[in-house]
Ligand binder design. Structure first.
Ligand SMILES: Nc1ncnc2c1ncn2[C@@H]1O[C@H](COP(=O)(O)OP(=O)(O)O)[C@@H](O)[C@H]1O
Ligand SMILES: [Mg+2]
Length: 257
């Protein structure tokens, strides 16, 4: 289990997170939803060692991390796919994938993992030799996730993977998340798209101004009046929700949730 306890972290002296506790079982999807600026990205950055914590602990399968380096986090089996589809634009798709497995020396093993990623994201196959910067936004997001998976992490931290992407791409990404569950990977998914995240999540929590204010199953949060009112129901979100409803139902049936 991936476990964060009473985490405090932020920027230049001021904490953004005020004692956040979250845990992720292997083979489960945990969604963190919350408004823009709530601290979702900060949570993932603090977990992966990108920013310093001022208090709290993080442990992986019972072993507490010291956060001496980002590498320690990677070695412990945690991969972080940051927001904004971060790929190396001036490297090819294949080179980006290889970077995700820099610690693997066996070329045959690296090739097998590349093949595995192309199975998950077939759209990348014909673009292996293309510069990552030339890909569409959706392809870049797929590549960013694939690069994270090249190290075969036990836990994946995903920051807003669906933001601004077409429904078909979002569908591919959520199908991969479902596949990861089957592979025993635990996923911590941070999303503003509350409906899609919650309808697929085993557990979920609401992050508000750096504090977890609500936890439960994905379904419980989906039915919570406060969540519905503030994060699901209104205005433009309805369009998004309708667009994704078919997909969510489909996935739920596939998972027999
Ligand atoms: N690099 C940064 N330097 C200083 N403050 C930041 C930085 N990144 C985010 N913040 C602040 O931290 C708070 C939480 O931001 P963030 O974690 O990005 O929220 P979310 O991902 O939920 O939208 C916001 O008030 C934001 O302005
Ligand atoms: Mg964010």
């Amino acid at each position: 289990m991936l476990e964060v306890e009473r985490l405090r972290a932020g920027y230049e002296g001021a904490d953004v997170l005020h004692g956040v506790s979250v845990s992720v079982e292997p083979s489960s999807l945990v969604a963190v939803i919350g408004a823009n600026g709530a601290g979702k990205s900060t949570l993932l950055r603090a977990m992966s060692g990108l920013i310093r914590r001022s208090a709290g602990s993080l442990s992986v399968d019972g072993r507490r991390l010291q956060f001496r380096s980002e590498r320690e986090v990677v070695r412990a089996g945690i991969a972080h796919v940051p927001e904004g589809r971060q790929v190396f634009a001036n490297l090819t798709v294949l080179e980006n994938l290889h970077l995700g497995a820099y610690a693997v020396k066996d070329a045959g093993e690296v090739a097998a993992r590349v093949e595995d990623m192309l199975g998950l994201f077939p759209a990348l196959r014909s673009r292996l030799r293309h510069y990552a910067g030339s890909l569409s936004g959706g392809q870049q997001q797929m590549l960013a996730i694939a690069r994270g998976l090249m190290g075969r992490p036990k836990y994946l931290l995903l920051d807003e993977p669906s933001l601004g992407l077409a429904p078909l791409v979002v569908e591919t990404i959520f199908q991969v998340i479902v596949e990861l569950r089957r592979r025993d990977v635990g996923v911590l998914l941070v999303e503003q798209n509350g409906w899609l995240a919650l309808s697929n999540a085993d557990r979920a929590c609401l992050l508000e101004q750096g504090r977890i204010t609500l936890t439960g199953t994905g379904k419980e949060l989906l039915e919570n009046p406060i969540v519905v009112e503030r994060y699901l129901g209104v205005g433009a979100a309805i369009g998004e929700t309708e667009r994704h409803r078919g997909l969510g139902e489909q996935l739920r049936r596939a998972l027999a949730l």
